[in-house]
Design a binder for this molecule. Structure first.
Ligand SMILES: *[C@@H]1O[C@H](CO)[C@@H](O)[C@H](O)[C@H]1NC(C)=O
Ligand SMILES: *[C@@H]1O[C@H](CO)[C@@H](O)[C@H](O)[C@H]1NC(C)=O
Ligand SMILES: *[C@@H]1O[C@H](CO)[C@@H](O)[C@H](O)[C@H]1NC(C)=O
Length: 303
């Protein structure tokens, strides 16, 4: 799915939800620091379009500090790939720049984002059984990103969960051999497995972050539901994308495959996205533990 030129994360950064979670206040954020993979890379953008952090920083009028790099995984210790991972490359660079004074960011005015997982779950990793890791290791690594940055003073976090990867051409049931994977495989099984990996990974990170939030005083952790947003885009493309032709995912997937087989840079589809349906996809997590649990008397225990 080449929707990397997505302008949709115009940071509803500012949209704190109900549910008693504070989130960040309007106008509070002045700096956006991004970590992740090609979905967030501002230099290598896949379709040659404009990456979302550029739009987001523009719309929100904040300064952008982009650390995300194409091909990245959360950690090369879990998923080895010869790309700049979050833990072995992106965070170390951030800390170097922080230490040597080239980055001076007031924690109150800075929000940190992470959008990672596509390469951790993908080919030559979990979906193809190519490493010794599991989705539990990957989820723990993602959540560790919050812990590590918090320990260094960061306070505001936006965690972007994984998209429905089974709808990406590489993992779709009707996927064809392509430049990312040409060995024999059962595409039905990959697609089913990918569905499970993304859903269970997202559920794990949410639970882990909910458990973590109350133990990090002064922190604000929001979850941006990329999974729901992309599922909605996939189901209702015309509600988000315009362009010269009506959106046609099937055609787009086939074009993408054709390009991938020829190893050409992709220009399969481009379109602009509107924000009509993407209002408030951020859930800020409660920052206090819920009160003591009241044990209800169980019904129906007579038999
Ligand atoms: C700080 O470190 C970064 C990354 O190594 C480097 O690009 C930058 O020039 C350094 N700045 C100073 C002031 O040393
Ligand atoms: C692929 O996997 C599906 C689901 O397990 C199975 O029904 C199908 O027969 C498999 N196809 C082949 C060619 O093995
Ligand atoms: C799509 O939307 C963008 C942003 O509103 C606009 O600039 C562009 O002209 C539109 N393209 C078409 C083909 O309607």
């Amino acid at each position: 799915m080449r929707v990397s030129s997505a302008s949709w994360v115009p940071l509803a950064i500012y949209a704190a939800s109900a549910l008693g979670a504070a989130g960040v206040r309007p106008k509070q954020v002045k700096n956006l620091v991004t970590f992740g993979d090609s979905y967030t890379d501002t230099v290598i953008t896949g379709d040659g379009g404009v990456a979302w952090p550029i739009y987001a920083a523009g719309y929100a009028q904040v300064s952008l500090f982009p650390f995300a790099r194409a091909g990245a995984t959360c950690s090369n210790d879990i998923t080895f790939r010869p790309f700049p991972s979050v833990f072995e490359s992106q965070l170390p660079l951030y800390f170097t720049e922080k230490r040597n004074g080239s980055l001076k960011l007031d924690p109150k005015e800075t929000i940190y984002t992470l959008w990672i997982g596509t390469n951790d779950l993908g080919v030559n990793s979990l979906v193809s059984g190519s490493n010794k890791a599991s989705i539990v290791d990957v989820a723990a690594c993602m959540v560790n990103w919050v812990k590590v940055l918090y320990a260094s003073g960061a306070r505001n976090f936006l965690f972007q969960n994984m998209i429905p990867l089974q709808t990406a051409p590489l993992y779709a049931p009707d996927s064809q051999p392509n430049r990312y994977w040409s060995a024999p495989r059962n595409t039905t099984e990959w697609s089913v497995f990918m569905t499970e990996l993304a859903l269970s990974g997202n559920a794990l990170t949410k639970l882990m972050l909910q458990a973590l939030a109350p133990s990090l005083p002064g922190s604000h952790i929001g979850i941006f539901d990329s999974h729901a947003l992309f599922a909605d885009i996939f189901a209702h493309p015309a509600a988000y994308l315009n362009g010269t032709a009506p959106p046609n995912w099937r055609k787009m997937a086939l074009q993408e495959h054709a390009q991938q087989s020829k190893a050409l840079p992709g220009t399969a589809f481009s379109g602009s996205m509107s924000f009509i349906r993407a209002n408030k996809p951020i859930e800020w997590l409660p920052e206090k533990l819920p009160g003591p649990f009241k044990v209800e008397k169980a019904d129906g225990q007579r038999g």
